[in-house]
Design a protein around this ligand. Structure first.
Ligand SMILES: Cc1cn([C@H]2C[C@H](O)[C@@H](COP(=O)(O)OP(=O)(O)OP(=O)(O)O)O2)c(=O)[nH]c1=O
Length: 185
C-alpha cells in the first residue's frame, strides 16, 4: 500500500483529501516561502506547492507526497494570508463588487518523479458594505485564508458567481488531485 503524505497544515485540505482516502498522514513542511519568486501568480503557486512537496519528500523516501499552495489574484496583485486587521480590510475592499481569480498549485512527488498543475477559479463578489467588512475583519475567519476570506464560511453570503472548481478556492482541487495521484500507484 502507498505511503501517502499530505504536506499541508490546512484543515480544509485534510478534509477534502479524506473524501478520497483516510489512509494518509500529515507532515507540514518547513519550506521557506519567501525564497520563491515567479513571473505570474499561477507560476508562484506552482513553485510554492513544489517547494513544500519536495521539502517533505526529501525527508520521506518512498512516500508519495502532496504539496499545495493557494493565492488570490486581483488583476495581477497577489493576496496571501492577511498580516493584520487593516490588511484584511484592504483585501476585502479590493474584492468587493469585483471579480478575482483564485489559483491553487498542487505538486505530487514519489522522490523519483514529480508532477504538478495549477487550477484557477474565477470568483465574483457582490459589493460589501463597510460594516460587513469591519465585522468580518473582527472575526477569526480571514486570518488563515488567502485573500482574507473563506468561501466555505461567511463569504458564501457575498457570492455572485464562480467559474471553475469550488474546491480550488478552498485550497485543494480534489478531483484533479486524485486524477494526478492515479499516476503514482
Ligand atoms: C480563498 C480561500 C482560502 N482558503 C484557505 C486554503 C488554504 O488553507 C489557505 C491558503 O494558504 P496556503 O499558504 O495555501 O496554505 P496553508 O498555510 O493553509 O497550509 P500549508 O502551507 O501547510 O499547505 O487559505 C480557504 O479555506 N477558503 C477560501 O475561500
Amino acid at each position: 500500500m502507498m505511503n501517502l503524505i499530505l504536506a499541508s497544515g490546512s484543515p480544509r485540505r485534510r478534509e477534502l483529501l479524506s473524501l478520497y482516502t483516510t489512509n494518509f498522514t500529515v507532515c507540514v513542511s518547513d519550506f521557506d516561502e519567501s525564497t520563491v519568486q515567479a513571473a505570474t501568480p499561477a507560476h508562484l503557486v506552482e513553485q510554492l506547492a513544489r517547494g513544500k512537496c519536495l521539502a517533505v519528500s526529501a525527508q520521506h523516501p518512498g512516500a508519495v507526497v502532496i504539496g499545495c499552495d493557494t493565492v488570490v489574484d486581483v488583476n495581477g496583485e497577489v493576496f496571501g494570508k492577511p498580516h493584520s486587521e487593516e490588511d484584511a480590510k484592504r483585501m476585502l475592499r479590493a474584492l468587493s463588487g469585483a471579480t478575482h481569480e483564485v489559483h491553487t498549485g498542487v505538486c505530487i512527488s514519489d522522490g523519483a518523479r514529480t508532477e504538478s498543475f495549477v487550477d484557477s477559479c474565477r470568483v465574483t463578489f457582490f459589493p460589501l458594505g463597510e460594516e460587513e467588512i469591519d465585522f468580518y475583519a473582527s472575526t477569526a475567519e480571514p486570518y488563515d485564508k488567502a485573500g482574507a476570506y473563506a468561501i466555505q464560511g461567511r463569504a458564501a453570503l457575498w457570492l455572485d458567481r464562480i467559474e471553475g472548481d469550488y474546491y480550488t478556492i478552498m485550497g485543494l482541487p480534489v478531483s484533479r488531485t486524485v486524477q494526478l495521484l492515479a499516476h503514482f500507484v
